[in-house]
Design a protein around this ligand. Structure first.
Ligand code: COI
Length: 350
């Protein structure tokens, strides 16, 4: 599809302190906006990042037909802009779209549009240590209608944020046994807005108890560990890498699958299996659980320091520089920055 370009006249980049980025509050100059109507994508435009107007009856605001993705771009030492596995995000986006009765976004809009956008906003890709350009594609229903039915019109947008770390320190997480994130047959595998909205209240309660995040457990019995909502969860148990299998209730994370691939390539025992809360907490007490960490695009590899369960805190051993999570972080980071040969074909040069 032809992408029309309407450039900004003055960049805001000089106002930004790239040494104090935080996460998600600074926005690059441009955004891509594509519109769907009459059964097809009609047009795509790159325009200045800024407000959109909509009607109060816009359907996505009422019934939650809204999905998104998260990807990251890095600046290599040679000055190239490298995006980590964006085809995977594109495929997952379209799986979320199908589940939410939304149209697929074709490659020339999702990836082609991103390429054009990154050409214009390449100066916004940070080079500071631990920083990247977080790319946020999303789509929402735009019909002005109050009946509960799939919309016939949609907007697909990509905007970009230069970011630092999502989590600044090792995490204290609480095993949730009252509220649930996702149930079999539901939308837990999709990256739809409602999954995140539903997590806010229980997370706020956990925050009040001094935890940073929640570990969700299976909705039916609260027996098994699932994911953290902002990231997949991984454990090193007796030297093996253990993570919950993907399915209806777990997001098929791109960082998750990359970590599993690296571990397999390193000859590790990789177990995608159910892990009960009991096995986890007993394993921490007995020293069998050597590491716990989250894996996600925003979170990258987020070490877990403490797991709270039933009013008791279980502390993980101190993170070792030669432990798996530190080594896999280094490996993936080196690939993303173009410092290591990309033997797995994960890097997409913008
Ligand atoms: C991501 O990792 O890209 C996500 O979408 C998680 C979100 C909580 C920032």
């Amino acid at each position: 599809m032809q992408i029309d370009i309407n450039k900004i006249s003055n960049s805001r980049i000089a106002e930004v302190d790239f040494n104090q980025l935080g996460f998600g509050k600074v926005f690059a100059d441009h955004m891509l906006v594509a519109e769907y109507a009459d059964g097809k994508w009609q047009k795509a435009t790159i325009q200045p990042y800024g407000p959109l107007s909509f009607q109060p009856a816009m359907m996505s605001l009422h019934y939650g037909q809204a999905i998104f993705e998260g990807m990251k771009a890095y600046r290599s030492d040679a000055g190239d802009i490298l995006v980590f596995r964006p085809e995977e995000n594109w495929k997952r986006f379209n799986k979320s779209a199908a589940r939410m009765c939304m149209p697929e976004v074709p490659e020339d809009i999702f990836l082609g549009g991103l390429k054009e956008l990154l050409k214009l906003d390449k100066n916004w890709v940070p080079s500071q240590d631990g920083c990247s350009l977080y790319i946020r594609p999303f789509m929402f229903a735009t019909d002005e209608y109050v009946g509960v039915t799939p919309s016939s019109t949609y907007k697909f947008i990509i905007f970009n944020c230069p970011v630092g770390s999502y989590y600044a320190k090792p995490l204290r997480v609480k095993i949730e046994t009252e509220y649930i994130r996702a149930a079999k047959g539901g939308v837990g595998f999709a990256k739809n807005a409602g999954n995140y909205g539903g997590s806010l209240f229980p997370t706020q309660l956990a925050n009040k108890e001094g935890y940073d995040q929640i570990i969700w457990t299976d909705a039916a019995t609260h027996t098994y560990v699932e994911e953290a909502g902002t990231m997949n969860l991984m454990f090193i148990i007796d030297g093996a890498l253990v993570t919950a299998p993907t399915g209806d209730t777990i997001l098929d994370g791109v960082t998750r699958k990359s970590v599993l691939q690296v571990a397999k390539d390193w000859g590790m025992d990789v177990q995608e299996r159910l892990l009960s809360v009991e096995e986890l907490v007993k394993g921490i007490e007995s020293g069998k659980v050597q590491e716990a960490f989250g894996a996600g695009t925003a979170a990258v590899i987020a070490p877990i320091q403490t797991i709270g369960y039933n009013g008791k805190d279980y502390d993980l051993p101190e993170r070792k520089p030669d432990g798996f999570s530190a080594k896999v972080y280094q490996e993936i980071n080196d690939i993303r920055l173009g410092k290591k040969t990309d033997t797995r074909n994960w890097i997409w040069k913008a």
